[in-house]
Design a protein around this ligand. Structure first.
Ligand code: ADP
Ligand code: F6P
Length: 474
């Protein structure tokens, strides 16, 4: 079939079918980052339409992206998506915040579904096409494509953290996954630390197959903003050299900043109080409960008053049938209820909780209105929410950011916090509130630096860096 010279493959398409058969934007940072890139390249996107057992023909979006739906059965959904992807790999790659489960039948499903995605890509790709494989759900796809379509240029980008070798080696199928990844020409990670973890592991595991590591120390790139280049190589078992580097993902900063210029009456509707905001998928990695507990303790101690502050938490439903997600949701909702019961008034809750997706322009209105943004993941590959908030603020507001979000490497002027330490969240949240309420010059300067960082290092720089590296390497 062919017909496409630039193909992106990800578990999800950029749009999801809902229960009523309507298309909605898909959740998550991957879609936020890749959508503008695909629009620019007028590329083809291979992925799952978000509803099991839906058999759909290819179609083009209004933005000109050609979508090739891959059908997953109910059993694929349970074993590949909920099971191996999100109850084995997700917790393992996020440093065991909850214990990963290892089941052989989940692994079998992961292999079969990766084969299905690889075949779909092979069918739509022209001779010599560039194929960009995305994320942890599809780590076997580069290796399969290398075998069935050796003519393709294959890139792989991981959107979540890559763990240290000590943790990774727990995985019973570690060799197979490493070999799958090494089918790519270039493998990209968010951070230098993640890339180093991968290099160390490929030495340990692929070392047995006679592989050789490049120069991990040269992973540090210098000069900003600049197109990043490959800085280390590893020799795959078949003798090819595979480029490995850090390419920190970002957002369409100009577009986000523009949306935030629209006037909003949100602050007035919330009583013109100091507005604290959280925006996340409802995921146990995001530390939503911890930030609520920190807020509650500040209220309890009298350090902040319900007369002066209000907290809005927007939490998109995510992976709702998986046990740890259910538990996290009930803990978050119990905390919201308790805090409002203790400190809210009729018609004036102190925490507003929105458990649904909202449109981009409404979301940007929240960012623009928020005085303090709370981003407190225990572990996060990058966290685009932090960058979106910063793009919406030239010199106002404050970002409280977890040290364990990939974004902390670049957003060093944020109020950095350790989410495992409630006192640390309280300290930084209180400092941020005090600084914005007093219109501190220091807080203004910090936001100016953060804003400049995000405006310069946008998603276009990320995609260009990766795709140039792939082009050159071949
Ligand atoms: P992750 O990829 O783990 O979900 P990120 O912070 O990197 O985390 O990306 C989340 C993306 O999803 C951001 O672009 C953010 O704007 C979007 N998002 C999060 N919550 C909502 C929501 N309730 N409604 C709409 N978009 C949301
Ligand atoms: O960026 C992490 C990520 O898991 C993406 O791979 C995924 O598309 C997104 O978050 C949302 O998760 P899900 O596809 O499981 O709803």
């Amino acid at each position: 079939m062919g017909g496409n010279s630039f193909v992106v493959v990800a578990n999800r398409l950029p749009v999801d079918l809902d229960k009523d058969g309507n298309w909605q934007p898909s959740p998550g940072g991957l879609v936020t980052a890749l959508s503008p890139v695909l629009m620019q390249h007028q590329g083809c996107w291979v992925g799952w339409p978000g509803m099991p057992d839906s058999d759909l023909e290819p179609f083009r979006t209004e933005d000109g992206i050609l979508l090739h739906p891959v059908s997953l059965s109910q059993s694929d959904y349970e074993l590949f998506y909920e099971g191996f992807s999100n109850a084995t790999l997700w917790p393992l790659y996020h440093d065991l915040i909850v214990p990963p489960e290892f089941h052989r039948h989940w692994w079998e499903a992961y292999r079969e579904v990766n084969l299905k995605f690889a075949e779909a890509v092979s069918n739509v790709s022209d001779q010599g096409a560039t194929v960009w494989v995305q994320d942890y759900q599809l780590q076997l796809v580069p290796g399969i494509l290398r075998q069935i379509r050796p003519d393709l240029k294959i890139g792989f980008f991981l959107h979540i953290p890559f763990p240290g070798a000590e943790l990774y080696r727990q995985l019973p199928w570690r060799e197979e996954i490493m070999r799958g990844l090494l089918g790519a020409d270039v493998i990209g990670f968010h951070s230098v630390d993640n890339a180093k973890n991968f290099l160390a592991l490929s030495e340990q595991i692929a070392g047995a197959a006679g592989s050789h590591i490049g120069q991990p120390d040269e992973l540090e790139t210098s000069g900003t903003p600049s197109i990043r280049e490959i800085t280390a190589w590893v020799t795959a078992p078949d003798g090819r050299s595979v480029g490995v580097a850090a390419f920190p993902i970002s957002i369409d900063s100009q577009a986000v900043a523009k949306l935030a210029e629209r006037p909003t009456d949100l602050k007035a509707r919330l009583g013109n109080k100091t507005l604290i905001l959280g925006v996340d998928r409802l995921d146990y990695t995001k530390g939503i409960l911890q930030r609520l507990l920190a807020f509650e303790e500040l209220l309890a101690s009298g350090a902040i008053s319900p007369q002066d502050v209000v907290f809005v938490q927007i939490a998109t439903p995510s992976r709702e049938r998986i046990d740890h997600y259910r538990k996290t949701r009930s803990e978050v909702e119990a905390a919201v209820g308790r805090i409002n019961g203790l400190y809210g008034e009729v018609g004036a809750p102190v925490v507003h909780y929105i458990h649904r997706s909202v449109s981009k322009d409404i979301l940007m209105g929240y960012y623009a209105a928020a005085d303090v943004m709370l981003v407190t993941p225990f572990k996060d590959g990058m966290n685009l929410v932090a960058k979106e908030y910063v793009a919406c603020h030239q010199d106002s507001g404050a970002l409280v950011l977890s040290e364990f979000a990939g974004a902390a490497v670049e957003l060093t002027e944020a109020y950095l916090t350790n989410p495992h330490d409630l006192e640390s969240i309280k300290r930084q949240l209180h400092a941020a509130i005090t600084d914005v309420e007093s219109d501190s010059e220091d807080a203004r300067q910090r936001m100016q630096l953060l804003h400049a960082q995000v405006m310069e290092h946008d998603v276009n720089l990320w995609a260009t860096s990766f795709l140039n590296s792939l082009e050159k390497h071949r």
